[in-house]
Design a protein around this ligand. Structure first.
Ligand SMILES: *Cc1c(COP(=O)(O)O)cnc(C)c1O
Length: 230
């Protein structure tokens, strides 16, 4: 039994999602669920882990540090949000996968700090698939060059691509963008045999993303309910 301290039915949400998420995407790859835990309490996160979540993804370094020792059940720790270069030092050796390597100086800092600590970090290269000014990441056309440069850094292991689709209602446009991401991922898989993850899909669009070939989805709202920003 999971300890239930929250009004939102986290355990039920997780169990329902784990049933709903297909065992494989159309390419036959298993789909990994990462719980997006920004603004959630350690109790809520532990309830989700107890219900079957195996990986949690943080957005904020301070939250990550405050909660790290309170998380039970030994999940994978992912970092999914924008990461300031001067905060990399707090994460080295504690993050199993960085989803959001969106610029070269971040990749360089992760490699430099990792090398000094004897740690090789797993990273995804973030692509700004909607060419949105408000989002970070490399352009789709830059993806191959970005992977080439980032994979050359000594203390990084490049494991795939990450993207956030734009918040638009146009389903055919979303499918077009998600499919472009999958095509780029396939193209790069041929170059980088260590590629494993195409991280794409949030609460509002994960089904579409999995249908288009995502194999890693990051869900917050559908697990924990709506976030209340002050
Ligand atoms: C918050 C967040 C998510 C989850 O968003 P939901 O819509 O709540 O599922 C996924 N990825 C990133 C990078 C996020 O910041």
């Amino acid at each position: 039994m999971c300890a239930k301290r929250t009004k939102i039915m986290i355990e039920e949400n997780v169990k329902k999602l784990l049933k709903e998420i297909p065992a494989a995407n159309p390419q036959g790859e298993a789909v990994t669920l990462v719980a997006a835990v920004k603004m959630q309490t350690p109790e809520a996160i532990n309830e989700a882990i107890c219900a079957g979540i195996r990986a949690i993804g943080d957005n904020h370094v301070q939250e990550f540090r405050d909660k790290y020792d309170l998380i039970k059940g030994n999940p994978e720790h992912h970092f999914i949000g924008h990461l300031q270069t001067n905060k990399v030092k707090y994460l080295i050796g504690k993050v199993d996968l960085y989803h959001s390597v969106d610029r070269y100086n971040l990749a360089e800092e992760l490699s430099r700090r990792g090398a000094a600590a004897g740690v090789v970090s797993n990273v995804l290269v973030q692509i700004n698939i909607g060419n949105e000014e408000t989002k970070g990441g490399f352009e789709l056309d830059e993806a191959a060059e970005a992977c080439k440069n980032i994979s050359a850094l000594p203390a990084l292991n490049i494991k795939g691509l990450m993207a956030m689709l734009p918040f638009i209602d146009d389903e055919s446009e979303l499918r077009r963008l998600a499919t472009l991401m999958r095509q780029k991922y396939d193209e790069l898989c041929a170059v980088y045999p260590q590629f494993e993850h195409l991280s794409m899909g949030m609460s509002g669009d994960w089904k579409l993303c999995v249908e288009c070939g995502s194999n890693m989805i990051r869900l917050g709202t559908s697990i924990f309910g709506p976030r209340h920003y002050n």
